[in-house]
Design a binder for this molecule. Structure first.
Ligand code: HSE
Length: 298
């Protein structure tokens, strides 16, 4: 009647895949406990880590839980405890982890009435509360694991993309908050055709590189011609970090989701750790607090 789950952090966009590509980290995430109750309804009974609303209708985990609950109308209710490790506004899918955790846990307790795509669809409702927009590029990897491509939101269609064995992510999280809704508001509504051509060429080749474990092609594809020029201005010392990590051997570097976290993909754990040192060197001079994680993609 009770389940404890790990709801992982995720990196959305992955340079050239704005709003469609994402991957899942295996070492950073929230813990949630979901409990079946006789009393009907969705109740958030405990939140630790960050100050978030207890009213289910105002809480990301509550909204996605209610979406599933209202669709299924089960003969019971649920209590949700949230032990939040992922800081809201950090760019590694904090709202997605909450949105996914509640529906995943409820689905397990109910004997899995829904498949992963349907769970993602419910969690979109929670994510939309936080980012004011229905996108699933953090939700899908949190539910499916590995790399996922959101082919379409309406109807929801998700493709699982293979993860090369030796791929590691190094990610730095400067302790400043960027709201996804604000980082979306500064983006242009129209983009030049030339930039679009560059972006879809890179995106297509990145997907090919992931399928074929072609690290050289990955390195040539991890560029963002469209979003990075706007959002990088919100992240202190972004260009310094990027220069340093590429010099340290990273395959590519980009803004994680809507920032301020900055991710790199690396071939092998040794390079990933060299990249960590390079990030540390740049950021320790800035006076801004930060943390850095090295993780496999899982
Ligand atoms: N694709 C989204 C964005 C992810 O970049 O705005 C952040 O939630």
């Amino acid at each position: 009647n009770e389940i404890k789950i790990f709801s992982p952090a995720t990196v959305a966009n992955v340079a050239c895949g704005f709003d469609v590509l994402g991957f899942c980290l295996d070492s950073v995430g929230d813990v949630m406990v979901i409990r079946k109750t006789d009393q009907k309804g969705i109740y958030i009974t405990k939140i630790e880590g960050f100050n978030l609303p207890y009213e289910a209708e105002l809480n990301v985990a509550g909204v996605s839980a209610l979406a599933m609950y209202d669709a299924l109308k089960p003969n019971c209710g649920f209590e949700i405890e949230i032990y939040k490790n992922i800081k809201p506004g950090s760019g590694i899918g904090s709202s997605a982890a909450s949105a996914v955790g509640s529906v995943f846990g409820m689905n397990e307790l109910l004997g899995r009435p829904y498949n992963k795509t349907q769970l993602t669809a419910f969690s979109i409702k929670g994510e939309a509360l936080a980012s004011k927009c229905e996108h699933a590029d953090n939700l899908a990897p949190a539910i499916f694991g590995g790399f996922t491509l959101v082919k379409s939101v309406n109807p929801l269609e998700i493709l699982e993309i293979p993860t090369p064995d030796d791929l590691y992510v190094t990610i730095i999280h400067p302790q400043i908050e960027i709201k996804t809704s604000e980082a979306r508001a500064i983006l242009p509504k129209n983009i030049p055709l030339n930039d679009a051509i560059t972006q879809w060429a890179n995106f297509g080749s990145l997907i090919h590189a992931l399928h074929t474990s072609n690290y050289e092609l990955m390195q040539k594809s991890l560029h963002d011609a469209i979003i990075e020029p706007y959002r990088s201005q919100l992240i202190p010392y972004y260009n310094d970090v990027k220069t340093a990590v590429l010099k340290a051997g990273a395959l590519g570097c980009g803004i994680s989701g809507s920032g301020p976290s900055i991710f790199t993909l690396n071939q092998g754990s040794e390079t990933a750790n060299n990249v960590k040192d390079a990030m540390e060197k740049v950021y320790s001079k800035t006076g801004i607090e930060f943390d850095i994680h090295v993780s496999r993609i899982n």
